[in-house]
Ligand binder design. Structure first.
Ligand code: SF4
Length: 352
C-alpha cells in the first residue's frame, strides 16, 4: 500500500485527492469513489499499487489508436476500480467492484511479461488509469528504460495536477468521450455532473505535453446520439486540436445495466462521421463495425486509401517511408513505422 502523490491535506484532518476531477475529500479511513485511494492516518494511500487484475496482448488498433505505432502488439493491463459509473461498462467486473484485488506484480515483472510476449508498448486500459496514476507512472518509467512506450485509454476526467507525472512516461492517449459528452447523458449514465473538466484537462494536455492524442466517442442509441451534439464535440476538437487529430465514433455494445439497449445503427454512426467531416476533421473513423469503409484512412490530398483496415488488421499500406501517400505525396500524420505484426494474430490472454 503505497502513499499516493496526488493529494493535499485540507482542514479538519481530511485529505483531498487531486488525481481526478471528483476531488474526493476523505476523512480518516474513507475510500474515494474509485475504490482504490484511502485516507490512512492523514495520508492518501494507493491501495492497488503493485496489483494488476488483468493482462492481455492486444493489437494497438483495438484501443483504438490508428495514428500511433500502427500494427504493434500491446500489453494491456488494468487494476480494479474506476472513477466513472458507466451503466453499460463492458469491464464492469473489474471497474465497478469496489474490492482491492489483483496479482501482486513488481514493476520489472510487468515489463518483462510485455517484452517476453514481443509487445512494443504497454496500455493502461479496461478501467480508468488516472485513479492509479502513480503506479502507471512507475511502470511506464521502467518500461521506457527498456524501450517500450506507454499509452492510456482514458476518460480524460483528470486534473492539471496529473500533468507532471504524465509527462514523465506517457507517449499516447486515446480519450474516450461517451454520448457526445452531452451533459444530460453523462449525468444519467456515467455519474458525473459535468463534462467540462475533461475539456479543461485536454487543453492542459495539449499545452504542456507532447503526448500523441486520439479521440473516441461511444455513440449510444436513443440517449447519446444527438447529431447536434456530435457537431458541437467535433467543432471543439477542430478548434482546439486542429483538423488532423483522429476521431473514432464507436458502436455501442449492450452490456451491464444497459443490456436491453440495441447496438448503435450503422446509419447513425455514418451521420456522426459526416458531422465530424463537415466540421473539418480529416481523419474520422467508425469503430466496432468490421469491414466498414470508414475504418480506412483516406488521404486528404487525393482521396485514395492510405491505410486499409478490417477490424483491427491492417490490410493495405499505401504510404512511403516518410508516411506520405504513395499516390499524391500528401503527408499523413501517423507516428512511427508500420509494426511487424500487422497481419498476425495479436490477441493473447495472459491472466485474468
Ligand atoms: S481518483 Fe478516486 S479518490 Fe481520487 S478524486 Fe477520483 S474518484 Fe476520488
Amino acid at each position: 500500500m503505497k502513499e499516493a502523490l496526488l493529494y493535499e491535506e485540507v482542514p479538519g484532518g481530511k485529505v483531498r485527492c487531486t488525481a481526478c476531477a471528483r476531488y474526493c475529500k476523505l476523512g480518516e479511513g474513507q475510500v474515494g469513489l474509485c475504490g482504490v485511494r484511502q485516507n490512512v492516518g492523514g495520508r492518501l494511500r494507493l491501495l492497488v499499487y503493485g496489483r494488476v487484475i488483468t493482462g492481455h496482448v492486444d493489437p494497438i488498433e483495438k484501443k483504438p489508436l490508428v495514428h500511433y505505432m500502427p500494427g504493434t502488439r500491446i500489453f494491456s493491463i488494468a487494476t480494479a476500480g474506476c472513477n466513472w459509473l458507466c451503466q453499460y461498462c463492458q469491464n464492469y467486473d473489474i471497474s465497478q467492484r469496489r474490492k482491492v484485488e489483483g496479482d501482486v506484480l513488481p514493476l520489472e515483472e510487468i515489463v518483462r511479461m510485455a517484452k517476453e510476449r514481443r509487445c512494443e508498448g504497454i496500455a493502461y486500459t479496461y478501467n480508468e488509469p488516472t485513479i492509479y496514476l502513480e503506479f502507471a507512472h512507475d511502470i511506464g518509467v521502467a518500461a521506457r528504460r527498456e524501450g517500450l512506450f506507454s499509452l492510456f485509454v482514458s476518460n480524460g476526467y483528470a486534473t492539471p495536477d496529473a500533468i507532471p507525472l504524465v509527462n514523465d512516461f506517457l507517449d499516447a492517449i486515446t480519450v474516450d468521450f461517451k454520448g457526445n459528452a452531452e451533459r444530460g447523458f453523462v449525468r444519467k449514465y456515467i455519474g458525473i455532473q459535468d463534462p467540462e473538466p475533461i475539456f479543461a484537462y485536454l487543453l492542459e494536455l495539449k499545452r504542456r505535453t507532447n503526448v500523441h492524442v486520439e479521440f473516441t466517442d461511444l455513440v449510444v442509441p436513443r440517449v447519446g446520439d444527438d447529431l447536434g451534439e456530435a457537431h458541437r464535440l467535433s467543432r471543439w476538437i477542430m478548434d482546439n486540436y486542429g483538423p488532423d487529430v483522429p476521431l473514432h465514433f464507436l458502436r455501442f455494445h449492450p452490456d451491464y445495466r444497459m443490456s436491453s439497449f440495441p447496438p448503435t445503427p450503422v446509419y447513425t454512426l455514418e451521420r456522426h462521421w459526416e458531422a465530424a467531416r463537415a466540421e473539418g476533421l480529416n481523419y474520422v473513423y467508425i469503430g466496432n463495425v468490421p469491414g466498414h469503409p470508414y475504418e480506412n484512412t483516406y488521404c486528404p490530398g487525393c482521396g485514395a486509401i492510405a491505410v486499409g483496415r478490417h477490424g483491427f488488421a491492417i490490410t493495405s499500406w499505401n504510404l512511403d517511408s516518410s508516411n506520405r501517400c504513395t499516390t499524391c505525396g500528401h503527408g499523413i500524420p501517423i507516428e512511427g513505422r508500420r509494426g511487424k505484426h500487422y497481419r498476425d494474430e495479436r490477441f493473447e490472454p495472459v491472466f485474468y
